[in-house]
Design a protein around this ligand. Structure first.
Ligand code: PDD
Length: 277
């Protein structure tokens, strides 16, 4: 069962109009909430980012924080089998009578679904994953979690075709983020990640990873690093709500450090796991 515009219905009965601007223009925003044992990690932060996204594209928030919380919990409750889920929530500007670039105020289309996630066990991550690098040619409003994700999906597909976990993006030699995750490096016992800016999505897992590092007295610098520093790092990780914190040990076919997940990743990973209970 899913939620669509006021109704809880079977997913295969959930349809939106071909005039929906989400369909025609990718005119909408979305959120992904990780859920463990019915507990949503970072609910307030996700709802705050949702509000920021709506403000950025001039859509009035159709629900209060309380209403969103109830709707999300209801959708989670439909799946009693899977303890770990990812809730996908999308708001598009709505449907107009004709296709035109400009818009009047419309009734937003609201869709919520939840699906099972299976984060990999720590033992599966110790060898790390591989990544490719690509030039970041996306628009300079990447801090808005927009549904128009064509560049991101093409990068992700390229990573997949190369047998890689992710495509790490760079702009003018500076690592920004990855196709659907944020990027961290560790060097000399300090971790670095691109500062919040219009060039990256302010990931909630990024925020949590920073908190987890600080809890363990690990130095954190929200400052950018070059592709050369990426390759020379002691550790590289990516973070996302659905993938958590994943070590990257090979980039563009070159091994990073000793080719194994590092000790700082291990500490931050363990601390993140403790947020689930
Ligand atoms: N993607 N950067 C990009 C471009 C992303 O798409 C995502 C998340 C992140 C990490 O954000 P968070 O930690 O809040 O999940 C960074 C989601 C999971 C997706 O599109 O499915």
């Amino acid at each position: 069962m899913v939620y669509l515009n006021g109704n809880f219905i079977e997913k295969n009965q959930a349809y939106v109009s071909v005039m929906d601007r989400g369909f025609l223009f990718g005119d909408g925003i979305y959120e992904v909430f990780p859920v463990y044992n019915k507990k949503i990690i970072g609910l307030d932060s996700h709802l705050k980012r949702l509000q920021d996204g709506l403000d950025a594209i001039n859509i009035k928030n159709p629900h209060s924080k309380d209403e969103w919380t109830k709707l999300i919990h209801k959708v989670i409750s439909f799946d009693s089998i899977h303890l770990n889920q990812a809730v996908y929530l999308q708001i598009s500007r709505g449907s107009d009578e004709n296709r035109k670039h400009t818009y009047n105020e419309l009734k937003p289309t609201v869709y919520i679904q939840s699906s099972a996630i299976k984060p990999r066990k720590k033992s599966m991550l110790l060898d790390g994953m591989s990544a490719i690098t690509r030039e970041d040619i996306r628009w300079l409003k990447s801090n808005t979690k927009a549904t128009s994700l064509l560049a991101n999906t093409l990068y992700a597909q390229e990573a997949k075709s190369n047998g890689a976990e992710e495509a790490i993006l760079y702009r003018d030699g500076i690592v920004t983020e990855a196709s659907s995750s944020n990027v961290f490096i560790a060097k000399n016992n300090c971790i670095y990640t691109h500062p919040k800016s219009p060039m990256i999505l302010p990931g909630i897992t990024r925020e949590k990873a920073i908190e987890c590092a600080k809890t363990n007295d690990i130095s954190v610098k929200e400052s950018s690093f070059t592709t050369q520093q990426l390759m020379d790092a002691d550790e590289v990780w990516i973070t996302s709500s659905t993938r958590e914190i994943v070590p990257i040990t090979s980039i563009d076919g070159s091994q990073i450090s000793n080719g194994r997940a590092g000790p700082i990743w291990s500490i931050v990973y363990d601390e993140y796991q403790s947020l689930k209970s």
